[in-house]
Design a binder for this molecule. Structure first.
Ligand code: FES
Length: 134
């Protein structure tokens, strides 16, 4: 358990520094702390806050929880995928935007919802995704 806590702190620092967890840095941290690499990756993949791939300067998150889903969030994701020319889970080649899908952000009453940074966009539709991207 101690090694799990130890590597968690190191991974948080790495993620903050790089915006994701570069494989070489994870390996270096595990070696430095004497934690098996498999355990480092176990922690890195357990927490959704960690990304193993480079992310964009901005992360657009679209909720696909039940309330958002039944109000058309899937179509919102598809519209964003077309606008950004990437699939959900990917980052634009210029690393400007990462598109992610998430489950319930606790704003079901204003579904469907997209989140960019600390801004929540309510009632998002395929027709107004440009407002989210602006
Ligand atoms: S289901 Fe989307 S905010 Fe709750």
């Amino acid at each position: 358990m101690r090694s799990r806590d130890t590597i968690l702190g190191a991974l948080q620092d790495l993620h903050e520094e790089h915006g994701y967890l570069p494989a070489a840095e994870v390996k270096r941290a595990a070696e430095r702390l004497g934690v098996p690499l498999s355990q480092a990756y176990s922690v890195a993949t357990f927490y959704r806050a960690f990304s193993l791939k480079p992310r964009g300067k901005r992360v657009v998150r679209v909720c696909l929880g039940t309330a958002c889903h039944v109000r058309g969030a899937r179509e919102v994701v598809e519209a964003l995928e077309r606008a950004l020319e990437i699939k959900a889970g990917e980052t634009t080649p210029d690393r400007a935007v990462t598109l992610e899908v998430v489950k319930c952000v606790g704003a079901c009453a204003i579904a469907p919802v997209a989140v960019v940074g600390k801004t929540i966009f309510a009632g998002v539709s395929p027709e107004n995704v440009s407002e989210v991207l602006r």
